[in-house]
Every structure is written in structure tokens, then in C-alpha cells.
Ligand binder design. Structure first.
Ligand code: V47
Ligand code: SF4
Length: 369
């Protein structure tokens, strides 16, 4: 079928026809999208792909974050958040602190806790496993989405377990899914400059593969807008697309825009909003096997989130309730909580149907009017 979306550039016309015929685009074609496609055309094409995946629905959930510590062994250049033990601005919550934080959500409609933090040198899998147990003793029904692959790599090694043993133990403790962080850009040369100490791209993929095998779903992220080239973004997404073909364990892909305040890459600045929305569109078009593309509003802000809905995005994460510091410390200046009302207005004003979901995308309710 020829698409109704004509383009005088023959190669772009071929891409549009592929999308309309549910055919996969190649890495070379993704590069053409980055370098030659006009933004409005990308929006129409990505909106078509979004419509195929989730019709008019735009998903969100009611969640809060727990960042147990910002003490971290590593020194990623883009990170504004990490501190050394005892350094000013560092924190380490005790189990009592955590119990107090979670208690506050006990009789609310929150359905998910998202837990990420630094790689603390003295904490292992059992420490974090017992933390999950504590959380579930207070809120038995809450979905625990916890730990980046980087934290998992370290905590499982500390407990002297294989990945498979580690995931089975964590599942037993109550882990339900894992977030997409730590992926950054998989390319080894980029990683050498950006985050040399961190687990490799291969390791990140191995950890998510093993999680999926253990029946634990996950998300995937990509940190963009720093020193990487288009080719690095495409190779990164291609690895995720391959793994998804194999396991089908990814729920969502989340492009994360590099934010520049208070870190060692500040001098390079930030990419434009136009770049953000083009990147969302190309993610939607390239990742034909990942059901949801998420715009994480506490990173890009409400306005860009709203525009992103016309560029392939169908998920805007959750209400957050001012519980994450990763992006406020990196320069996010807006109010870090969204009320239900605000969430509904944002989605409706972009022309979509707000849809509250659980953590694995079962619909809880749609807000038609
Ligand atoms: O891996 C750190 C990123 C990630 C900066 O799975 C930065 O639902 C931009 O993974 N500028 C952690 N990004 C957060 C994360 C995440 C967020 C929201 C939803 C989900 C999900 C996962 O934050 C890190 C890193 O890539 N990050 N510093 C910065 N200055
Ligand atoms: Fe540590 Fe994560 Fe920050 Fe890297 S991004 S320094 S691993 S907290």
C-alpha cells in the first residue's frame, strides 16, 4: 500500500510506505530520518504509528519515587546527583526513613513505587531485597519497579550470585519490574568518555535479557543530546530492538534528554525542543516492536511533553509527587508533581484520551470526557 503521506524525496517516500505497511525500517533509513526528514512530516508519520499501537490513548500512572541514596561509586560525567560518603549534599535513608516515606502513601491511590539511586559500595542484594519486603509489608499491593541495570550488576555481584540467581532472589523478595536507566549510549567509545566505570552496554543488555527470562519486565532508556552522533543513537536503538525480538520483555522506551546543570558536561549545553520531538518520532518509527514510547515530563517539562504527544509518544509516566531529585539537581525548574487534574488537562488539550494504567499497561480507567 502506498501511504497518503507523499514526499518528493524518494527514499523518504519509501520509508513512509514501509511504515504504512507495517514493515521495519533499517538503520540506514533511520539515519535518513535524522538527517533529511522535515519535522512536521515526521510528526504525521509517527502519529500514524502511535495510532496503530495505542489509538487515541495516552497513558499515565500514579506513582512516587524513592531514591534511597545518592552515594555512588561511579562518576558519570553527566550526573549532577551523585556524592561520595560524607560529602555535603549526600543522603542515605535508613529502613526507618523508608518506612516513614512509604507510610505516607498507604491510603492513597498510588499504584507504583519507582526506586533508583547511586551504586552504594556497602549495600548488596539482600539489603535491597529486605527493603522491598519492608515496603510491601506497608503497601502489599504496590508494584515495585526498582534498580537500574547498573545497580543490579553491582548488588548481585556483592551477593556473589549469578544474574539468574540474583533475579530469582529479587523476585522472591518482591521485585516486580525494572526501570530502564543506566543504558545511556551503548557504544563503548562514547561510554569511555561519558561513564567509563559503569557496566558496559553489553552488560546492560545481558541484565535485561536475564530479567526478562526470569519473567521480570523492564523499560529501556537512551541518554541523548551530549557527545553522541546520530549513528550512536541508531545503533543503541537497534540493540534494544534486537533484544525485544528475542524476549518481548520491554514495555516502554524512554529517550532521556541530557540536562546540563551542575555536572561535568555543562559546557556542551542542551539540544533544542525541536531535536527532542524529532527524536521521539524517530524512536517510535524505528522501534516497531516496543509498544510504548514514554516522555518523562520531570526531565523535559510540561510544554515539550504536550508537543511530544503529536510525535509518537503515548505515555507520560506518572504523578511523581515531588519525590525525585535526579532532574531537579540537573536543572529541571518546574513544579515536580502533577495532580490528576493537571495530567488529564495536559493530555486532553493535546487531543488524546487520558488513560490511567498500572505498571504493566493494564488499563485502570480512561477519562473520555
Ligand atoms: O541512567 C542522569 C539519566 C537515568 C542526567 O524506566 C540524566 O520508567 C539527563 O532511568 N540529564 C535514571 N539524564 C532515570 C531513569 C528513568 C527515568 C524515568 C523513568 C524510567 C522508567 C527510568 O537518568 C540515568 C541517566 O541516563 N540521567 N543524569 C542528566 N544530567
Ligand atoms: Fe552513579 Fe548513576 Fe550518577 Fe552514574 S548516573 S554517577 S551510576 S548515580
Amino acid at each position: 500500500m502506498e501511504s497518503f503521506l507523499h514526499h518528493k524525496n524518494k527514499a523518504l517516500q519509501v520509508i513512509a510506505d514501509k511504515i504504512y505497511n507495517h514493515r521495519r525500517i533499517s538503520e540506514e533509513e533511520a539515519l535518513l530520518l535524522y538527517t533529511q526528514a522535515d519535522t512536521a512530516w515526521l510528526g504525521v508519520l509517527a502519529s500514524h504509528a502511535k495510532q496503530q499501537a495505542s489509538q487515541k490513548l495516552v497513558f499515565f500512572n500514579r506513582n512516587f519515587h524513592l531514591e534511597p541514596t545518592n552515594i555512588c561509586l561511579y562518576q558519570c560525567k553527566f550526573c549532577s546527583y551523585k556524592r561520595k560518603i560524607g560529602e555535603e549534599g549526600s543522603w542515605e535513608y535508613t529502613y526507618d526513613d523508608i518506612a516513614r516515606i512509604v507510610e505516607a502513601y498507604k491510603n492513597t491511590s498510588v499504584t507504583e513505587i519507582h526506586i533508583v539511586g547511586g551504586v552504594h559500595p556497602q549495600r548488596d542484594l539482600h539489603y535491597y531485597g529486605n527493603m522491598i519486603k519492608l515496603i510491601k509489608s506497608i503497601m502489599p499491593a504496590i508494584h515495585v519497579k526498582a534498580f537500574t541495570a547498573i545497580e543490579l550488576d553491582f548488588m548481585i555481584k556483592q551477593a556473589k550470585m549469578s544474574l539468574s540467581e540474583g533475579f530469582h532472589a529479587l523476585k522472591e523478595y518482591g521485585l516486580d519490574s525494572i526501570p530502564g536507566g543506566g543504558a545511556e549510549i551503548f557504544d563503548a567509545e562514547v561510554r569511555k568518555i561519558l561513564c567509563p566505570e559503569k557496566s558496559t552496554g553489553e552488560k546492560w543488555l545481558e541484565i535485561h535479557r536475564e530479567a526478562h527470562r526470569a519473567g521480570i519486565p523492564s523499560n529501556a532508556t537512551m541518554l541523548y543530546g551530549h557527545i553522541e552522533k546520530w549513528e550512536h543513537r541508531i545503533a543503541h536503538m537497534s540493540r534494544i530492538r534486537q533484544l525485544q525480538d528475542e524476549t518481548k520483555g520491554f514495555n516502554a522506551f524512554i529517550p532521556l534528554k541530557y540536562r546540563k546543570e551542575n555536572n561535568h558536561l555543562s559546557h556542551i549545553g542542551e539540544v533544542s525542543v525541536v531535536e527532542d520531538i524529532r527524536n521521539y518520532a524517530i524512536s517510535r518509527l524505528f522501534l516497531d516492536n516496543i509498544p510504548h514510547i514514554k516522555a518523562y515530563w520531570p526531565m523535559i517539562g510540561r510544554d515539550t511533553t504536550k508537543i511530544s504527544l503529536s510525535f509518537g509518544v503515548d505515555d507520560i509516566d506518572g504523578t511523581i509527587d515531588d519525590t525525585t531529585k535526579i532532574y531537579t539537581m540537573a536543572g529541571f525548574k518546574e513544579k515536580n508533581t502533577m495532580t490528576l487534574d493537571e495530567m488529564l488537562k495536559l493530555i486532553k488539550s493535546a487531543g488524546y484520551t487520558p488513560t490511567e494504567r498500572d505498571s504493566v499497561y493494564n488499563v485502570i480507567q480512561t477519562f473520555e470526557n
